[in-house]
Design a binder for this molecule. Structure first.
Ligand code: B16
Ligand code: MG
Length: 217
C-alpha cells in the first residue's frame, strides 16, 4: 500500500498559476509583446528562469544573462506582491479534507514544489501543519522533470519510492515522479497528462480508500 503522498503545490493544492500569469503578462506588456493564457500553460511546473526563456521566445526577444536575471527578479517582486494577500480561501477544493484524512491514516505527506515562494504560500494559506516534509525551489538544484525534488521528499519521510505517490498537474512533474520510481496521479485532464498512471480532475475526487484501491497493482 501507499505510505507517502507527495504533492506539487501550484495547480494541485492552490491555484497560483493565475498570479504567475498576471506577473508574466505584466512583464510581456512592458517588453511590448502579447502573452496569452495559452502561452502561460507552457510555464506550469517549469522553474522561474526556464519560464522566462519561454516567455522571451514567445516575444522573440534575445537578451544577455544579466538582463534576464533582472527581469526574473522584477517578475518575482510582482508575483510576491500578488501572493502576499492570499489566504486559505484559495486552497483548491478537496485538498484540505484529503490532507486531513491522510494524517488520520498515518500516511506521510510531503511537498515537492519547484517554487522558491512555496513557504510563503503555505504560510498564508495555513497549510504548513499538514506536511511532514517540505521540499521546494530553495532546497533543490535540479528542476522537474529531474526527479530530485521527489527523491528528497521520499528521503525526508523515510519511505521507499515504490510506496510513494506523486500528485501533479504538470507533465514535467509526472515525468519527474516516474524517473524517481514513484507512482503518479495527474490533476487535470487525461489529454494533457498522458504519462500519469491515473488522472483525476481535482483532489475533491480523492479519498484514502480510493487512493489505495486505484494504486493496487
Ligand atoms: P517561483 P509548482 C511552480 O510551482 C509553478 O508551477 C511554475 O509556474 C513556477 O514557474 C515555478 O513553480 C517557480 O516558481 O518563481 O515562485 O520560484 O507547480 O512546482 O508547485
Ligand atoms: Mg504544478
Amino acid at each position: 500500500p501507499i505510505q507517502a503522498c507527495l504533492f506539487d503545490l501550484d495547480g494541485v493544492l492552490v491555484d497560483t498559476a493565475k498570479y504567475h500569469f498576471l506577473a508574466w503578462k505584466r512583464l510581456a506588456d512592458e517588453l511590448g509583446f502579447e502573452f496569452t493564457e495559452k502561452d502561460n500553460e507552457r510555464l506550469k511546473g517549469v522553474s522561474r528562469m526556464a519560464s522566462l526563456d519561454i516567455l522571451l521566445e514567445v516575444g522573440n526577444v534575445q537578451l544577455d544573462e544579466a538582463s534576464k536575471i533582472a527581469l526574473a527578479e522584477k517578475k518575482n517582486t510582482w508575483y510576491v506582491d500578488y501572493i502576499s494577500s492570499m489566504d486559505d480561501s484559495e486552497i483548491l477544493p478537496g485538498s484540505l479534507s484529503f490532507l486531513k484524512e491522510l494524517k488520520q491514516y498515518g500516511i506521510k505527506v510531503a511537498l515537492g514544489s519547484a517554487s522558491k515562494n512555496a513557504m510563503m504560500i503555505l504560510n498564508n494559506t495555513n497549510l504548513v501543519p499538514y506536511f511532514d516534509v517540505i521540499i521546494d525551489g530553495t532546497t533543490t538544484s535540479n528542476a522537474k522533470p529531474d526527479p530530485e525534488v521527489f527523491i528528497l521528499g521520499a528521503k525526508g519521510v523515510q519511505v521507499s519510492p515504490e510506496y510513494c505517490v506523486v500528485f501533479e498537474d504538470a507533465e514535467a512533474g509526472i515525468e519527474a515522479a516516474t524517473r524517481a520510481g514513484m507512482r503518479s496521479i495527474g490533476i487535470g485532464s487525461q489529454g494533457t497528462l498522458t504519462q500519469a498512471e491515473h488522472v483525476v480532475s481535482s483532489l475533491a475526487e480523492m479519498s484514502v480508500e480510493k487512493l489505495q484501491r486505484i494504486m493496487t497493482r
